[in-house]
Design a protein around this ligand. Structure first.
Ligand code: PMP
Length: 370
């Protein structure tokens, strides 16, 4: 095999590694923020019917505009947020990763800049590199919250074409207040142009009471984009279905870069079947939230702490050597994520049994590693 570096790679890809954490075998896999609860049997039965029906039409291209699916997604957003979201304001693709890539293809690209507040979802800079968009790290406070005035000032100075805010943030779990998002949106209006503001809400369904989605800010903000996914709360990571809500003009602009027929008829049919079972699927969210809170509450008793989390995971520490603590947990059959933040590790909240296994292992590991 030819070494990658010996190939005529684009300069911005040289020296980079593909996204992905180590996946060593482990009894308890708490490293990728999936929902561990199996799909309800009634949905599995409906999926078989829906997929068989879609399969009978596979000689034809899918609905290029995913019209019915977008109407279902708009219905879900309207029902759960109390904000009226029209189908023309919704766009869907293969995971929110593809949605975000399309946003960068449309509003970023060569000679343009994206900014995100690190530490955050590491795919944002990777997607930027893949689309030739320059990347600038935005700043957070030491407690991982965003200082609205400092963040807005940084945006005004850098004048990015695309700004990412992840709320709740991965890997810290930190939710961003609506006032901060509104201030960032204002800051993306420059005297000779403007940027788009993308709020990545992949984990929003897990938020604690009182944390509000940025959907409520959409009216009157034509450059605001709210990105969502069915991979987390819906427990459908294998489906690959992400979506966004924005001004209908943004959705129209995305048509310039989307591949024709990007969303297969099987994906569209499966996603619609799942959305018809929204209530049962989201019933697991309360269970996961309870496990997250149980993890948070158990940490001080072990001499550990966590970052307040609105997501289905917890950033916990503080360890003298996070890598050594990660290995010690793995030695006990528990795989968590070392996100490269000195002193911290991230654990996904899942089933009661998983939390039990994690807390037992952590109880053994903590004394030697904190
Ligand atoms: N945004 C964030 C913040 C994430 O953590 C993830 C998944 N790890 C995604 C987007 C992408 O999810 P998907 O492509 O499965 O929708």
């Amino acid at each position: 095999m030819t070494a990658m570096e010996a190939l005529p790679l684009r300069p911005e890809l040289r020296g980079r590694s593909p996204y992905g954490a180590p996946q060593p075998p482990a009894e308890h896999r708490l490293n990728t923020n999936e929902n561990p609860h199996p799909l309800p049997p009634a949905l599995l039965a409906d999926l078989q019917v829906a997929l068989a029906e879609a399969a009978s039409g596979l000689n034809r291209y899918p609905d290029r505009d995913a019209t019915a699916l977008r109407a279902d997604l708009a219905g879900y957003l309207t029902r759960t947020s109390g904000e009226q979201v029209e189908p023309a304001q919704v766009w869907a693709a293969n995971g929110s990763n593809e949605v975000l890539q399309q946003v960068l293809q449309t509003f970023g690209g060569a000679g343009r800049t994206a900014l995100g507040f690190t530490p955050s979802y590491s795919m944002h800079p990777i997607l930027s590199a893949g689309t030739g968009t320059a990347w600038v790290d935005g700043h957070r406070r030491p407690d991982f919250t965003i200082d609205p005035a400092a963040a807005a000032a940084q945006v005004r100075e850098v004048r990015p074409d695309v700004v990412f805010v992840t709320s709740p943030n991965n890997p810290t779990g930190t939710a961003v207040e609506l006032d901060t998002i509104a201030a960032l949106y204002e800051a993306t209006s420059y005297d000779d142009g403007a940027g788009v503001l993308v709020v990545d809400e992949a984990y929003t369904e897990f938020a604690r009471t009182g944390t509000v989605s940025a959907l409520s800010l959409l009216p009157g903000r034509p450059r605001l984009i709210v990105s969502r996914t069915m991979s987390k709360a819906f427990g459908m990571a294998g489906l690959r279905l992400g979506y966004l809500a924005a001004d209908a003009g943004v959705v129209e602009a995305l048509q310039l870069v989307r591949l024709p027929y990007h969303l297969s008829s099987l994906t569209q049919a499966a996603a619609r079947a799942a959305l018809a079972h929204t209530e049962q699927l989201l019933a697991t969210v309360d269970l996961v939230r309870a496990e997250r809170d149980r993890i948070v509450e158990a940490l001080p008793g072990m001499g550990l702490t966590s970052v307040p989390s609105d997501a289905n995971f917890v950033l916990f520490g503080h360890f003298a050597d996070a890598g050594a603590a990660w290995q010690a947990l793995l030695d006990r059959g528990v795989l968590v994520r070392d996100v490269g933040l000195p002193g911290w590790l991230r654990v996904t909240a899942g089933t009661t049994e998983e939390t039990d296994a994690f807390l037992t292992a952590l109880g053994e590991v903590a004394p030697a590693h904190r």
